[in-house]
Design a binder for this molecule. Structure first.
Ligand SMILES: [Zn+2]
Length: 411
């Protein structure tokens, strides 16, 4: 094995160990605080609810330890044992060239999806079901899985062909063109996703005309947002969890409220949740996230320029030189790198959440936002006592006690 191949395998082992360590810390902190609801929440969250949230967090984290180890082992198995036979099989059915490269990558993704399937099933039908969240049936789960796979293939295969063709035509500059093409694709997807792709999985209907809508429209006007963009999604067909999100830009931008959210929250709380989402819009958070993605993609494609080249990753792992194969190795090798970067990305995202909370506070006051956050946490069985280091790595939103303290001006 070459030194670089050894380093990549070692990085996967270290990253898996770090993932397990952080999850063990999270479990220890949650267990330690299971006996009492944090003082600030004692009125709204009963001890029984607090303990149930702890039990759910513990079960979910334990499951995620298994998942982390499973993924780490699979990555190593692919790199060290499975890629060579996969390559042989594909070589028997395809001639060298574009077709073979694309077939290799598609076969890898399909097998990886199949191997991830048992965990995904256990997550939905065992873990989520045990705590009363799952509303999905097995046929609808499988239909989602097939639909997502078909979509991935329909969009991904032509992109792979384009990328490998570019690589052959312009070996020195292909990655710059691919980067520009990739960013154009991402922007196009952001415009297309809310209107054309998300509806393949869920029903979106305009918010019904009632007092709530009038109230929300008044808020939209105050913030300069077109009211066409307000939708309700039938999230309750899959899960009992409540949520809301802001998506797209330009004419395609919309704010999506889960029907589960509308069912459980007071109008004041929903108004504050909408105000928070509008905060993301006001501060241009989608554009900022896009800029960060662009920076990461630029570095990623520059690395691919080397990785897919003649002395690239296939050679590093002593496998036949094929850009499809090299791309698979690159995908496997990027995970430990992204893991190390995750605190940075999560930190940027948490800062955006604070800004959106501040905006909501200015628009509708802090009390409804605090009430909404407390209820969301309670109903989604989120823990109020996460481990700090764990949260630093994995929390895209600040822990709710921190958000509430921030809204109250205490932090
Ligand atoms: Zn947010």
């Amino acid at each position: 094995m070459t030194p670089l191949a050894m380093m990549i395998c070692a990085a996967i082992v270290v990253s898996t160990a770090l993932g397990v360590y952080l999850r063990l810390r999270q479990m220890a902190t949650v267990t330690c605080n299971r006996h009492a609801t944090p003082r600030d929440f004692a009125k709204e969250v009963t001890l029984e609810e607090h303990r149930r949230a702890a039990d759910y967090t513990l079960a979910r984290t334990r499951f995620s330890i298994f998942e982390t180890v499973y993924d780490g082992i699979l990555s190593l198995l692919w790199l060290l044992f499975w890629l060579a036979p996969l390559c042989n099989i594909i070589a028997q059915v395809t001639a060298p060239g574009l077709n073979r490269s694309v077939a290799l990558f598609v076969a890898f993704v399909a097998l990886a999806e199949l191997l991830a399937m048992p965990l995904s099933l256990a997550d939905t039908f065992w873990l989520e079901a045990r705590f009363g969240f799952n509303r999905q049936s097995l046929p609808s789960f499988l239909a989602d899985w097939l639909k997502a796979g078909a979509l991935q293939l329909a969009i991904g295969a032509p992109l792979l062909y384009a990328m490998f063709a570019l690589l052959r035509a312009a070996p020195d500059y292909w990655w710059l063109c691919a980067f520009v093409g990739f960013m154009a694709f991402i922007v196009a997807m952001m415009a297309v996703y809310p209107t054309f792709i998300a509806p393949l999985f869920n029903k979106f209907s305009p918010l019904p005309e009632d007092d709530l809508r009038q109230r929300l429209e008044a808020l939209l006007q105050k913030c300069g947002f077109e009211s066409r963009g307000l939708y309700v999604m039938d999230a309750s067909t899959r899960s009992a969890r409540g949520n809301a999100y802001f998506t797209g830009f330009g004419k395609a931008k919309r704010i999506v409220l889960f029907d589960t959210l509308l069912a459980k929250h007071t109008p004041e709380e929903i108004e504050s949740i909408l105000a928070h989402e509008l905060g993301h819009f006001k501060f241009g958070h989608i554009r900022q996230m896009l800029a960060m993605a662009a920076a990461l993609a630029f570095v990623g494609f520059a690395a691919l320029h080397w990785a897919l080249g003649p002395q690239g990753l296939s050679v590093v792992f002593s496998l036949p030189a094929d850009p499809g194969l090299a791309l698979i190795i690159a995908v496997l090798a990027k995970d430990p790198l992204m893991h190390i970067l995750s605190p940075l990305i999560a930190w940027r995202s948490r800062r955006a959440e604070f800004e959106a909370d501040d905006f909501a506070k200015r628009m509708v006051g802090k009390e409804p936002m605090i009430a909404a956050l407390t209820r969301l946490t309670r109903d989604n069985l989120a823990t109020l006592t996460p481990d700090r280091l764990y949260a630093l790595f994995y929390y895209s939103h600040p822990p709710v006690p921190v958000r509430v303290a921030h809204l109250r001006g205490e932090a």
